[in-house]
Design a protein around this ligand. Structure first.
Ligand code: KIV
Length: 276
C-alpha cells in the first residue's frame, strides 16, 4: 500500500472529539479475522476481557491473564487498520498500586501495539488512571456493572437500583474523568443514571446496557452476532450466526458421511507427466 492510500488509524483525539457529537461505534474483537471485518464500521475495537468467557469458556472474566490479553491484542492489531484499539487490563493486573498498573499497561501496549488500555475503575483506580495518563498511556474507564467485581456483587447485576449505588457510579465516573480517562464505559445502569453520568463527565461515555444518549455504544460482538441462545437483555442480535454455524456443520457432516464431499470442484486434477 502506498503512503498516500494508507488508512489513518483513529487517535485518542478523534475519540475525545466525539463528546456530544455523532455516537461512537464500538465493538469487542478477539481475533484478526473478525477485527478486519468490523474495522470499517467501528471507531473503537475493544479487546475485552470478555474474551475469557466468549472464547475460552471461563465462567467469568476473573480468570483472564495478561498472556491471554496480549495474544488476542496482537491478533486484533493485525486485523484492524483504522479503528482505535483498546485492550482490557485483566483482573489482578492493576489494583495493587500505580507501579503494578504502569508495568502491566506498558507491557500490553508494547507487546500488542494497541493505542490504549481499559481499567474497571472503582474509585481507588483514579490514582492508577492518573499515573498511567501522566506517563503516556491513554486509559478508558469502566463504571456501573463491573464484571471483574462479580464475586463481591454476587453475580452480574445492574447497578444504580439504590441511592448509594447511584451515587457510587457517578462518583466513580467523575473520578475517572478527573484523573484523565479519555472515555468511560458505562455498563448495566438505567438510562437516567447513564444520562446523568454523560452530563457530568467531560469525556465521551460508551454505553452497554445503559442509554442511547451515551456518546457511543459497545456490545460484545459474539452477542450481537447471535452466536448463543442466551444474551443479556440489553443486546440486540443483528444476526443468527449460531443457526448459520449449526446448519453449515450439519450439511458438512451429512456430505462427509454420504461421500458427496469432496466433490469434483474440491479435488485436484493433476495430469501425470512422463518421467524424463
Ligand atoms: O470485556 C468486555 O468485553 C467489556 C465490554 C463489554 C465493555 O468490558
Amino acid at each position: 500500500m502506498s503512503a498516500q492510500t494508507q488508512i489513518r488509524r483513529k487517535t485518542v483525539k478523534d475519540i475525545a472529539k466525539a463528546k456530544g457529537g455523532d455516537p461512537l461505534v464500538c465493538l469487542t474483537a478477539y481475533d484478526a479475522t473478525v477485527a478486519e471485518l468490523l474495522d470499517p464500521y467501528c471507531d473503537i475495537l475493544l479487546v475485552g476481557d470478555s474474551v475469557g468467557m466468549v472464547v475460552h469458556g471461563l465462567p467469568s472474566t476473573v480468570g483472564v491473564t495478561m498472556e491471554m490479553m496480549i495474544l488476542h491484542g496482537q491478533a486484533v492489531m493485525r486485523g484492524a487498520s483504522k479503528a482505535f484499539v483498546v485492550v482490557d487490563m485483566p483482573f489482578g493486573s492493576y489494583e495493587t498500586n500505580s507501579d503494578q498498573a504502569f508495568l502491566n499497561a506498558a507491557r500490553l501496549m508494547q507487546e500488542t501495539g494497541c493505542q490504549a488500555v481499559k481499567i474497571e475503575s472503582g474509585a481507588y483506580a483514579a490514582t492508577q488512571i492518573r499515573h498511567l495518563v501522566e506517563r503516556g498511556i491513554p486509559v478508558m474507564g469502566h463504571v456501573g456493572l463491573r464484571p471483574q467485581a462479580i464475586n463481591v456483587d454476587g453475580g452480574f447485576r445492574a447497578k444504580g437500583r439504590s441511592q448509594d449505588e447511584w451515587n457510587k457510579a457517578i462518583a466513580e465516573a467523575v473520578a475517572a474523568d478527573e484523573a484523565g480517562a479519555f472515555a468511560i464505559v458505562v455498563e448495566g445502569v438505567a438510562p437516567d443514571l447513564a444520562d446523568e453520568i454523560t452530563n457530568r463527565v467531560s469525556c465521551p461515555t460508551i454505553g452497554i446496557g445503559a442509554s442511547a444518549n451515551c456518546d457511543g455504544q459497545i456490545l460484545v460482538t459474539n452477542d450481537m452476532l447471535g452466536m448463543t441462545d442466551w444474551v443479556p437483555k440489553f443486546v440486540k442480535k443483528n444476526a443468527d450466526l449460531k443457526s448459520a454455524i449449526e446448519n453449515a456443520a450439519e450439511t458438512y457432516a451429512s456430505e462427509v458421511k454420504s461421500r458427496t464431499f469432496p466433490g469434483d470442484a474440491q479435488t485436484y486434477k493433476l495430469r501425470k507427466t512422463a518421467k524424463s
